[in-house]
Structures are given as C-alpha cells and as structure tokens.
Ligand binder design. Sequence first.
Ligand code: NAP
Length: 253
Amino acid sequence: MTISFDLSGKTAIVTGANTGLGQAIAVALAGAGADVALVGRSSMEETETAISAQGRGKCLTIQADLSTVAPVQGVIDQTVAWAGRADILVNNAGIIRRADAVDFTEADWDAVMDVNLKTVFFLSQAFARQLLGKSQPGKIINIASLLSFQGGIRIPSYTASKSGLAGLTRLLACEWAGKGINVNAIAPGYFETNNTEALRNDPDRNSSILGRIPAGHWGRPEELGGAAVFLASAASDYVHGIVLPVDGGWLAR
Ligand code: NAP
C-alpha cells in the first residue's frame, strides 16, 4: 500500500487565508498540489505571491466577510464554478476578544461565536451538501485551539467557541464519516500571529507561556502545514473526529 500526501487534482477552500495560520495552511496545501480558494475580507496578495513563488497549485481569491452566514453558499458556488470541484474545507478564520469574564460584553460574545462557530457550521453544511449530492468524498479541517481542551483566562467567548468547535467536529464526523467526508480539527498551540500579538507583547505572559512550551519556542505558522496536509490527504482517510494538537508539547506538560 502506498501512502499518499499528494493533493494534485484536489481543490481546497481556506478561510482567513490572507495572514497567519490560514496563509501558512493555504501555502502548504498548494505545495502538496492542491488548487486553493483563498477566502476572506482582506487582500490575499501576500498569499497569492507565496503560492505562485512555490510554482505548485493555482489560487482564486473570494472576498467574504464571515461574520454572518450570508456569503457561505457563494463561497462554495464560486469555488466549484472556478475549479469544477471543492474537496477540502479548512475553517480557519477566527477572532478573539479579551476581557475579564465579569466585564465581558454581549457584543464580544456574539462577534466571536458568529465567526468561530456559527459560520463554521453553516459553511461546513453548504460544503457537505455539494459533496453528498454527488457522493464525492471530502475533508473538513476545523482550526480549534488549546482552549478546546483548557479554560484559559479573559477569553470567555473564545474558549466557548473553540470548545464548541471540538464538539461540532465530533458530531459532524459521526454524521458524515460513513458518507466519505472526514471531519477533523487541528488545535494549534501558541503561534506567532496577529491573534497572539497582545500576549507576546506582555512580558509576563510571554515568558510564562514560553516557559511552558517543551519545544522552547512559539510556533511558526509554517509548522502547522504538515498536519493540515495530512488531514487533507488520503493518508488520513480512516481518521475521523479528532482534535490534533500541534503545540510544541504544551498539552504534554
Ligand atoms: P490572525 O492572524 O488574527 O488571523 C485570523 C484570520 O481570520 C484572518 O485571516 C482574519 O482576516 C480572518 N477573519 C477574522 N474575522 C473574519 C471575518 N469576519 N471574515 C473573514 N475573515 C475573518 O490569527 P491566526 O492565529 O492566524 O488565527 C487563525 C485561526 O487559528 C483562528 O481560528 C484562531 O482562533 C486559531 N488559533 C490561533 C492560535 C495562535 O496561537 N495564533 C492558536 C490556536 C488557534 P482579517 O485579517 O481580514 O482580519
């Protein structure tokens, strides 16, 4: 049996692909041979340049603000119109709001839950519907968090959304595994992106986080690519409903 991580002939959709982890995942999937629809509300120029510099996989930019479910069907339709197919969905776009639980606002609760959980569900539903209609296999990869396992502090809606996302990953895996769709998640540890800028700029939080990471450094976005390619490829065909930590050993402590 040959184990294949090759994504040639596949088309992936990556949300929040303009920066950070989404950009690194899009570049990694393209590097493995996939064509990639880059979905988000900001310019994708940097990601497009990185993909074309690699010389593998072509890409399409789809403008979409994922704070509501309004664009979800359009994202799937534009991808299929462009590539003729959509095989892989990476639900990466996400936001975080920080405040003590006692002061946390309803607006910050709703904003985070809408992007991190509600849109993820309805985009996954639209993606799965087009696969199920054609009995075509597919892969969904949700970007979860260590806060899918732990409580954290000062991020109540983020922790609720990422813990909810772990549950949603398991539910969708149970419903769709028998229909050829793999639903899994990756739980990144502490990575150097906009999302963690406030933590890295706080000397106390920075050193306490760094001191707990066995690998000894904040994750670099490109260090997430291998897990994404694995979960997008045939190598993970019998893997369903997992939340795979890529955390430099954080959860092992
Ligand atoms: P980031 O640099 O802040 O990127 C977040 C991405 O989500 C950006 O592309 C952002 O687009 C997009 N996004 C946010 N709101 C959106 C909206 N309404 N519509 C469309 N796109 C939207 O952070 P990141 O670290 O790469 O985060 C990526 C994912 O990893 C998130 O789900 C995050 O929770 C998760 N994560 C990150 C870490 C970490 O250590 N960095 C750890 C665990 C989990 P804009 O640039 O236009 O805002």
